[in-house]
Design a protein around this ligand. Sequence first.
Ligand code: HEC
Length: 79
Amino acid sequence: MVRQDCGSCHGLYLTGGLGPALTREALADKPLDSMASTIYGGRPGTPMAPWKAMLSEAEALWIAQQLMAGFPEPEKDSR
Ligand code: HEC
């Protein structure tokens, strides 16, 4: 779900596209709670939309944690 919906802007490999990269490396120095609130509430004035209609706050936090831990790579990715 994250790869599909978020990937439309952040790239299929979450390495960036219209939105910035969401790889573990790119997010390493960002605070977890601000990641979660960006996902949940969106970021005003940017194409990053709020996901609160589709996600709970707990789910937004979960996604932020997954991203920071390194999102599982698609099987074919050889990184
Ligand atoms: C409509 C396009 C779009 C979609 C869909 C989208 N994003 Fe974003 N996202 C953006 C843009 C553009 C930014 C950069 C905002 C800015 O300039 O600060 C962003 C920023 C972010 C950030 C902050 C990154 C940072 O370095 O501060 C996170 C985290 C994030 N998005 C997660 C997600 C997640 C998770 C999803 C799926 C639930 C998602 N995004 C879906 C466009 C999108």
